[in-house]
Ligand binder design. Structure first.
Ligand SMILES: [Zn+2]
Length: 176
């Protein structure tokens, strides 16, 4: 069975069990989460939230771009999320590779550049966890720079923005 066939077999199982379409028509997410693309990071499981509660935005290295900021604006301004969590994680491949000179090819260049901008105040031998935290803080700074809408909503108390790091080994999330 190919991977694609395996996924479609899974869809058939999920349809049969009702898991494939569990959503009510009305969208009411309570929090927007920007997470890395790392498949080991599963925010619904990490925060023990059912489908429909977390508005998910994902990009390698949980960096901020205009498109990501716009997606978060949609989640907050249109869908009513009262909280944005920028969720970094330990053992982040994108953050680690941003320090390696070879990773500047193709479209990944812009991701590495953004991570480097957030972390270049740290020493070259800084622990990866320090880089991860600095990268989360940099993404939040960039979000406030890029989005006047979210900046205004935050200063009016209509949305809170939190940075956090998920420890892949223990499962614990700590505020950054
Ligand atoms: Zn990652």
């Amino acid at each position: 069975m190919t991977v694609l066939e395996d996924l479609f077999a899974g869809n058939a199982r999920a349809m049969a069990s009702g898991k494939a379409a569990p959503q009510p028509a009305e969208r009411r997410p309570v929090a927007a989460v920007l997470a890395c693309t790392d498949e080991r990071v599963v925010p619904q499981a990490i925060f023990d939230q059912p489908p429909g509660k977390l508005y998910m935005v994902r990009v390698a290295g949980n960096v901020m771009t205009p498109e990501i900021a716009g997606s978060l604006e949609l989640g907050v301004d249109r869908l009513g999320c009262r909280l944005i969590v920028v969720l970094g994680h330990t053992d982040c491949t994108a953050v680690r590779m941003s320090r390696e000179d070879g990773w500047y090819e193709g479209s990944a260049f812009d991701i590495a550049r953004r991570i480097r901008t957030s972390t270049n105040h740290l020493k070259s031998d800084a622990p990866l966890e320090d880089l991860v935290r600095a990268n989360v803080e940099g993404a939040i700074r960039d979000l406030r720079d890029m989005s006047r809408i979210l900046r205004d909503l935050e200063s009016n108390g209509r949305v809170a923005i939190a940075g956090a790091v998920y420890d892949i080994a223990t499962g614990r999330v700590s505020l950054s």
